[in-house]
Write a protein that binds this ligand. Structure first.
Ligand code: NAG
Ligand code: NAG
Ligand code: NAG
Length: 276
């Protein structure tokens, strides 16, 4: 039963180089400046192949696309993360929450199988730009991914604490960092936990499973994690190179860190070649 407690989130992002692309020049830990619209595209009503939520700037422009996949290989629906996803969109991204397991558990699939064998390779056959792993857990992350993309691996202190650890040491963000190649960056924040990224209405349910953090700090946490995710995609997808310093320079990170590893020099070189 222990495995039911794992939640791993995967944010996959695709980018394309368009010179007129919107660039957020602010501090990513502040709220983005763009107003955001939301749309739910349902599999049944809209004949969409997948149940999908979309959050996008309500202002014409060119924005990179971010695909978000919820925890447990997609069983945790992206609707549970909309507060944070909307905040990322406000920095100038079209964010799609792709619920490819929706409605969960009706396809007769054994939920344990994908969780135990969370093979990363299929994702990276399709996706080739940059990825944020938010508290990833995989029992299968021991082989190098064939063509790794720039990645941020992110963990929290409380996910490894308590009776029901929601991330197991040896299968989590540190392991992902270990098997990745440059460019990569890993950080672990103190005091927060696995459920804190969720919208408030789902947070309460999740904290029955994972170790609780302090509810009074959830808004602060959402503001932080949207900033961490945005810093990465602003630097890799909007091509604002200095935005990576909001993750690589610990003095710019507005929460207490327990761990911080960077291996980024290759990106900066490659990026400049691509851009100029
Ligand atoms: C989006 O823009 C339209 C037209 O400018 C406006 O009427 C609407 O209120 C905006 N929505 C949001 C969420 O800002
Ligand atoms: C939560 O945070 C508030 C404000 O910082 C504090 O007063 C309270 O004691 C904390 N609760 C727990 C359970 O830590
Ligand atoms: C990255 O490269 C710069 C200059 O080339 C160097 O000063 C710095 O120490 C390098 N950082 C790491 C972590 O290797």
């Amino acid at each position: 039963m222990k495995f039911l407690t794992f939640i791993a989130s995967l944010v996959c992002v695709l980018g394309y180089e368009v010179l007129s692309i919107y660039v957020d020049w602010g501090n990513p830990y502040d709220m983005g400046r763009l107003p955001v619209n939301d749309l739910t595209i349902t599999e049944t009503i809209d004949k969409s192949p997948l149940h999908t939520t979309a959050h996008y700037p309500n202002q014409s422009g060119e924005y990179p696309v971010v695909f978000f996949i919820g925890g447990m290989n997609g069983y945790v629906l992206s609707e549970m993360y909309t507060d944070v996803l909307r905040m990322v969109a406000a920095h100038g991204f079209i964010v799609f929450g792709v619920d490819y397991k929706y409605p969960a558990l009706t396809d007769g699939e054994n939920i344990f199988k994908p969780i135990l064998k969370q093979d990363l390779k299929p994702y990276f056959n399709e996706i080739d730009f940059s990825t944020v792993f938010i508290e990833p857990v995989s029992f299968d992350a021991f082989e190098n991914v064939p063509n790794p993309v720039p990645a941020l691996m992110y963990g929290t202190e409380l996910s490894e604490k308590g009776l029901t650890k929601c991330c197991l040491p040896g299968t989590d963000f540190r392991q992902f960092y270990k098997i990745w190649k440059c460019p990569r960056l890993a950080l672990e924040v103190a005091d927060f936990g696995h459920c804190d990224i969720l919208n408030r209405e789902f947070w309460g349910v999740c904290t029955h499973i994972c170790t609780k953090s302090n509810e009074t700090r959830i808004d602060e946490y959402h503001k932080f994690i949207q900033g961490a995710m945005s810093s990465f995609v602003i630097s890799t997808l909007q091509m604002r190179q200095d935005a990576i310093t909001y993750l690589s320079d610990t003095t710019k990170i507005p929460v207490k860190l327990l761990e911080h590893q960077t291996d980024l020099n290759c990106t900066l070189e490659k990026k400049s070649d691509q851009l100029f």
